[in-house]
Design a protein around this ligand. Structure first.
Ligand code: HEM
Length: 412
């Protein structure tokens, strides 16, 4: 056994810094080569950089608790906390919850997230994506507002069972929630987001009560049926929490991912042309984009005890940042890891959906939505090009990455 070393400190690592926000990958590669783990004072977190260590942490929920998954990285202002306290009663159910509670709630959700329910969505994803693409006019278009934002938002709300006529209101309540828990929002932003979270929470409570009175054929009603069969095991507040949490998890992630996908493919024009010529390549391309430019390049944990990671000591109660984006380009696991290649055979080994008990429950839906969006774009606009010299604007935060706008020239 080798002696563990004291944890190095990296004073320059700052995921909210301009260079990282513009392009984190050179920084991720640098820190991965330098040390298996380090302390980053800018975010008061211990950061883990390599594939094997990140995989081990994901597979060890006893040591690496998920409890901090949704907690604001930076303390909120008193005013925002007061708004939440008055009307927002969410509690941990899945991504920020440990066993045994996580095991129970996840088991029920896994049932309701059945292959059958996901399959019933496929024609709806095609129909919605087709409607959105049909509405695009030739010329310069922002693909985020035209397609990659509305498609996952509509699909996750439909999946949960929210009625079509509420979509615009729901979308307006979801804005900017990334900044709240993963970034450094201003006081005004905190106030706005907190009020929206209260509205949205109350909407979810009323919606679940409606489904309890009259279940239909949707995901929430499936959970209600599970509740009715065994009320102790899945309570009504549990279901409200799931509905609340899913609307975020299933929405921003996929918007950002599809934006990253279109950008990467159009920058690598030859690979976009290959994909348009042979659309059976799309599922492989989706995995390569997940590996190369995921919408969640980093995720959080907190240690329950002191632990040694890659020979580096990390104390108990250490807030941890797992650099999934660095793991996905670790040369120990991927050949020529910095090369984007949709023909790569082993890209599916990426850690972009996590691994172990918290493995992303929405992975099949996210993959399906991205696949269908790319398929339609390849059919309808193989000649589409990125508008040159545009500045890509990415939100500054520790976990989520995707362009807020993506300007393309849509052909005649
Ligand atoms: C490309 C899009 C997506 C990416 C990159 C992504 C990534 C992730 C990651 C990294 C985790 C955390 C795993 C962990 O803590 O170990 C996660 C968990 C989760 N994701 Fe996703 N996700 C995506 C789309 C979705 C969608 C569409 C949904 C819902 C429909 C969803 C629902 C969830 C839920 C509920 C969890 C928590 C699971 C648990 O803790 O048991 N995600 N996802």
């Amino acid at each position: 056994m080798t002696d563990a070393m004291a944890c190095p400190v990296n004073h320059s690592f700052d995921p909210l810094g301009d260079a990282y926000v513009a392009d984190p990958y050179p920084i991720l590669s640098g820190v991965r080569e330098e040390a298996a783990a380090f302390y980053a004072p800018a975010i008061d977190m211990w950061v883990i950089t390599r594939f094997d260590d990140i995989q081990s942490a994901l597979m060890d929920p006893g040591t690496f608790s998920a409890a901090v998954g949704q907690r604001p990285v930076f303390p909120l202002a008193e005013e925002a906390r007061a708004i939440l306290k008055a009307g927002f009663h969410a509690y941990p159910v899945m991504s920020d919850c440990d066993p045994p509670r996580h095991t129970r709630i996840r088991r029920h959700n896994q049932k309701a997230f059945s292959a059958r329910r996901i399959a019933t969505l496929e024609p709806k994803v095609w129909a919605k994506a087709t409607e959105l693409v049909d509405a695009i006019e030739p010329g310069v278009v922002d693909l985020v507002s035209a397609l990659t934002y509305p498609l996952p938002a509509y699909m996750i709300f439909t999946f949960i069972g929210f009625p079509d006529e509420d979509m615009d209101m729901l979308k307006s309540w979801c804005g900017n929630r990334i900044a709240f828990s993963w970034g450094r929002p201003t006081l005004d932003e905190q106030r706005d987001i907190a009020s929206n979270m209260v509205n949205y929470w109350q909407y979810c409570e009323e919606f679940v009560a409606k489904r309890l009175a009259e279940p239909v054929d949707d995901f929430t009603s499936d959970l209600i049926r599970i509740h009715r069969a065994d009320p102790e095991s899945l309570s009504i507040p549990d279901i409200t929490n799931v509905a609340y949490g899913l609307s975020f998890a299933g929405h921003e992630t996929t918007t950002s991912f599809t934006g990253n996908a279109v950008r990467r493919l159009l920058v690598n024009r030859g690979q976009w042309d290959d994909l348009c010529a042979d659309r059976s390549l799309i599922p492989k391309a989706v995995e390569e984009i997940l590996r190369y430019d995921s919408s969640i390049p980093a995720w959080r944990r907190i240690t329950t005890r002191a632990v040694t990671v890659g020979g580096v000591e990390i104390p108990a109660n250490a807030k941890i940042l797992l650099l999934l984006g660095a793991a996905n380009r670790d040369a120990k696991h991927f050949e020529a890891p910095e090369t984007f290649d949709v023909h790569r055979e082993d890209s599916r080994k990426h850690l972009s959906f996590g691994q172990g008990i918290h493995y992303c429950i929405g992975a099949p839906l996210a993959r399906m939505e991205a696949r269908i969006a790319l398929d339609l774009l390849a059919q309808r606009a193989p000649g589409m090009r990125l508008v040159e010299d545009q500045d890509f604007d990415f939100p500054a935060n520790v976990s989520f990455r995707g362009p807020r706008k993506l300007l393309v020239d849509w052909p005649q």
